[in-house]
Design a protein around this ligand. Structure first.
Ligand SMILES: Nc1nc2c(ncn2[C@@H]2O[C@H](COP(=O)(O)OP(=O)(O)OP(=O)(O)O)[C@@H](O)[C@H]2O)c(=O)[nH]1
Ligand SMILES: [Mg+2]
Length: 353
């Protein structure tokens, strides 16, 4: 997996200090030496991470890395308790894994909207002197200090699940296309099975529109029986919202693109019906090497007949790729707003491939 696409930041968190307990005595008109009446200190605030779908990156943390919750207020006379320090709520994207920076231990895994995780507890407030009166010491002159809040460095790591999975035969140009669409630089070569493990890339259409794409190893006939690299890695695209099925159309007289499409479709089907039935678009690649462009019109018709949109590009020269970017975005929007489908994408979180 391309490391640069896993956002990762280290931040410092500290709970608020508890307020001190107070030393105070009641002073009433006719009781010059009233009992102890020092109130307790308030509790320090916690630092709480909360998962939200309105954030998609950990970018904010590049600019701010220290988070301290408010201290509790000190206790006061007349048994008045100090106010608790307010919790500090820090919003993080859904899919954030939180670890202790020192031990590496996972503190929490924020996968649902609104899920909370206390990463630094506020200190307890100190008790006021009212608590310490005893029969032999009815006027104690001491109170507890508030406790320090917890502090530590933690690591936030955002794991992405791809929005779109690119499938196709070996050599179709999947990795080349990923490299065209994103800043990912997966290995590309003119032999099958160049890609042996999934690559992720982020397509940034603009500030607000980002698409995560996964390029996986090529599938061949009988992949479900272990041929080639098998089909296990399809699990990496099980939770994508859209499949981009890439086919090489350059040499259509020698290698029939429709046949290539069928082979991979069958393997998807044999892996899982759900995957095969996911929204899919078909992209014909290598049109720079295609002598007869009329053929594309024919393909478009054929795929339309099967219920798929068809687009043609050259991942190598970039022809058609800018249009494809917009198409992918539109398609994802369509899928998103389609009436409740079978596959509900609830969160964008995935283990390392
Ligand atoms: N002419 C031409 N060649 C291309 C195009 N896209 C990819 N290629 C070439 O096709 C070969 C295979 O490209 P890859 O991107 O490695 O193909 P892949 O689908 O990722 O292959 P595997 O990882 O082996 O499954 C390379 O030699 C690329 O340079 C294209 O649009 N036009
Ligand atoms: Mg590849």
């Amino acid at each position: 997996m391309e490391k640069q696409f896993i956002d990762k930041v280290k931040i410092y968190v500290k709970g608020g200090r508890g307020g001190n307990g107070a030393v105070a005595f009641l002073r009433e008109k006719y009781r010059p030496r009233g009992g102890p009446a020092g109130g307790d200190g308030g509790k320090g605030g916690d630092v709480v991470l909360v998962a939200t779908s309105s954030k998609h990156t950990l970018l904010d943390f590049k600019y701010r890395s220290h988070f301290k919750a408010r201290n509790g207020q000190h206790g006061k006379g007349k048994n008045q308790k100090g106010k608790d320090g307010e919790d500090l709520i820090v919003y993080v994207p859904i899919g954030t894994v939180v670890r202790d920076a020192e031990t590496g231990e996972v503190i929490c895994d924020l996968v649902r909207e609104g899920q909370r995780c206390v990463v630094a507890k506020g200190g307890r407030g100190g008790r006021g002197n009212a608590h310490f009166a005893t029969p032999t010491n009815q006027a104690p002159r001491y109170a507890e200090r508030g406790e320090e809040g917890e502090e530590r460095w933690i690591i936030l790591e955002l794991k992405l699940i791809a929005d779109i999975g690119i499938v196709g035969l070996p050599n179709a140009g999947k990795s080349t296309l990923l490299g065209r669409l994103t800043r990912a630089r997966p290995k590309v070569a003119n032999y099958p099975f160049t890609t042996v493990s999934p690559n992720l890339g982020v397509l940034e259409l603009d500030e607000e529109r980002r698409i995560v794409l996964a390029d996986i190893p090529g599938l061949i006939e009988n992949a479900h029986k272990g041929a080639g690299l098998g089909h296990e890695f399809l699990r990496h695209i099980e939770r994508t919202r859209l499949i981009l099925h890439l086919i090489d159309v350059s040499d259509f007289r020698e290698r029939d693109p429709l046949e290539a499409f069928e082979v991979v479709s069958r393997e998807l089907e044999l892996y899982s019906r759900e995957l095969a039935e996911k929204p899919r678009i078909v992209v014909g690649n290598k049109i720079d090497a295609l002598s007869d462009r009329d053929y594309l019109r024919y393909l478009k018709e054929r795929f339309r007949g099967m219920g798929y949109d068809f687009y043609a590009v050259s991942a190598l020269t970039g022809e058609g790729v800018e249009d494809l970017k917009e198409v992918l975005w539109r398609k994802l929007e369509e899928v998103e707003h389609a009436p409740a489908g079978k596959v509900q994408v609830l969160f964008r979180h995935m283990e390392d491939p």
